[in-house]
Design a protein around this ligand. Structure first.
Ligand SMILES: NC(=O)C1=CN([C@@H]2O[C@H](COP(=O)(O)OP(=O)(O)OC[C@H]3O[C@@H](n4cnc5c(N)ncnc54)[C@H](OP(=O)(O)O)[C@@H]3O)[C@@H](O)[C@H]2O)[C@@H](O)CC1
Ligand SMILES: [K+]
Length: 504
């Protein structure tokens, strides 16, 4: 499932109409009928529906939905929120069809008490504005949207909640708060931005006949990483495999204040399928985590003030990938460890405090040819880019892509919607996981899973997407079966991995 900006959506539309000669009013019919079917499965014939239609093609979809539901036998009223003369083109055609099917139409400007009128309805279908919104909502829509948001009715939005921007980057807006949004063709960027996603309520996306070629012509691929994608790409195991077939991973980090982090990463890597895992850390950390991950082997690194020192004595030979930075701390003496690890000719994951050290020595990235994977949370991404956290949260797609393409690295920008970006700018969003993961140790577990995944037989990009998928899925299954978002711990998520593997 593609994730699009408004321009990309219009390009898909245009390609379908110009190159494939699809008729615009047919696409509108497809969209409206598909949505009407889905609405009908959510309501009963006793409920009164009010379809609010605006002047653009979103309103045109509204007229198709109204006609389809009316002809199915539902109680439908259309409330047109703009003057007649604003309804043109395909939307005017579908308005005519609706009226010729004896549909009831009321005009917003002829209603005395809008609140009272809306209160009579059980279900509001919002087809006022779609992806064509420009700037802040003007009157009378501004007041109308505020009224809708005070109602208790079920509110269903068509394509996107009216007033909401399609693209990331907009801080302030007034938009319909939908209970459910029926997205058309491709899901919009704002469904994955922290402050705009809630406006959608639950969403589902329907395909309305856009050809695959219309998506393929987009400059860059941006997709939702789905269960189907996981099942398609996750490598199968053969009964003849031995431990060496699943990779030998090295994890480097740990400090006297944060010994547990490295233990979580090590155990998570083992639980998610790594053949062998070695943890390189200080003697005191080894003593504290060894019993938590008995299957691991250890390499002792000299320490200074409880932190790793230099790291030039770590031997990378024989390892398939390395993850560095977990619980490392910010002691300057630990910084050279990053440079040494970067010289190893194997994929390198840099996490946690490793990212802070990296920031002081970013040229390390330019000198490497093997894959580098960075796993920042928004604060670390902001630090790497000299931005505020708010900037990053406002435009995660843009900034993750910028850093990934500028430095030729993979970026896993963690959050409620983790964005995975490859060095060419291809992106995917993971949608598994829940608020139970917003706790210390979650990121350490994810790093372990990533380490295991990139050593299996799958591309690095797919490995990263699958790692995020199983990490979130483990938390989701645990919450369904035995835990709650309150008590879920990072270590539970490791144990939940077996649930994921057995379920899928
Ligand atoms: N083949 C197709 O084309 C298909 C298209 N599809 C559907 O079309 C939708 C896109 O349609 P679109 O481009 O016509 O724009 P749309 O979102 O309806 O809004 C435009 C209207 O909004 C108004 N308006 C804007 N800003 C405003 C503001 N701040 N405050 C107040 N009003 C404002 C603006 O009014 P104006 O500025 O002209 O007065 C303009 O008339 C898309 O989301 C999908 O639902 C599907 O059916 C699939 C096939
Ligand atoms: K809408």
């Amino acid at each position: 499932m593609y994730i699009v900006t408004a321009k990309e959506m219009y390009d898909i539309d245009q390609f379908s109409m110009d190159r494939v000669e699809m008729d615009g009013s047919m696409l509108m019919e497809n969209a409206g009928r598909e949505i009407a079917q889905r609405v009908s499965s959510m309501i009963n014939f006793e409920q009164a529906l009010c379809i609010l239609v605006g002047s653009g093609n979103n309103g045109g979809d509204g007229f198709v939905i109204a006609r389809t539901l009316l002809n199915m036998g539902y109680k439908v009223t259309v409330l047109q929120v703009v003057e007649d003369k604003k309804i043109v083109g395909h939307a005017a055609y579908h308005k005519r069809l609706y009226l010729k099917c004896d549909g009831i139409l009321k005009q917003l400007n002829e209603i005395n008490d809008v609140q009272e009128e809306l209160n009579k309805e059980d279900v509001i279908v919002d087809a006022m504005i779609g992806i064509g919104v420009k700037g802040d909502l003007r009157e009378p829509l501004y007041s109308l949207v505020n009224q809708i948001n005070r109602l208790d009715n079920l509110v269903l939005s068509v394509d996107i909640p009216s007033g909401l921007p399609t693209d990331e980057g907009v801080a302030d807006f007034t938009a319909v708060q939908a209970d459910h949004t029926f997205v058309i063709g491709a899901i919009k960027q704002t469904a994955f931005i922290q402050h705009t996603a809630p406006s959608y309520g639950k969403w589902e996306c329907s395909s309305i006949g856009f050809p695959q070629a219309a998506f393929k012509q987009l400059e860059m691929e941006r997709k939702v990483w789905t269960k189907a994608a996981f099942q398609r790409t996750f490598p199968e195991r053969s009964e003849y495999d031995h431990k060496g077939d699943h990779g030998k991973g090295l994890v480097i980090g740990g400090s006297s204040n944060m010994p547990g982090a490295l233990g979580l990463t090590t155990r998570a890597a083992l639980r998610s399928g790594a053949g062998l895992v070695t943890a390189a850390t200080t003697d005191s950390v080894i003593k504290r985590i060894a019993s938590f991950c008995p299957e691991a082997t250890f390499v002792t690194v000299p320490e200074i003030n409880g932190h790793l020192k230099y790291g030039n004595d770590i031997d990378y030979k024989g390892f398939d990938a390395v993850a560095i930075g977990i619980g490392l701390g910010r002691e300057a003496a630990s910084r050279p460890v990053i440079r040494h690890a970067a010289a190893a000719k194997i994929p390198l994951i840099i996490d946690g405090d490793g990212l802070t050290h990296l920031k002081a020595d970013l040229e390390v990235l330019d000198e490497r040819e093997e894959p580098v994977i960075l796993t920042p949370h928004p604060g670390e991404m902001a630090m790497l880019l000299d931005l505020s956290v708010k900037d990053v949260l406002m435009r995660p797609f843009h900034y993750a892509k910028k850093f990934a393409t500028d430095h030729g690295v993979y970026v896993v920008l963690k959050g409620a919607f983790t964005v995975i970006t490859d060095p060419n700018g291809k992106q995917a969003v993971n949608t598994t996981g829940n608020a139970g993961l917003a706790k210390g140790g979650s990121g350490d577990v994810l790093t372990g899973i990533i380490l295991a995944m990139i050593m299996q037989k799958q591309s690095i990009f797919e490995g990263l997407c699958n790692a995020c998928f199983v990490h979130g899925k483990s938390a989701d299954l645990l919450i369904q079966e035995s835990h709650s978002q309150h008590d879920l711990l990072a270590s539970d998520v490791i144990e939940g991995l077996s649930l994921v593997y057995r379920t899928f």
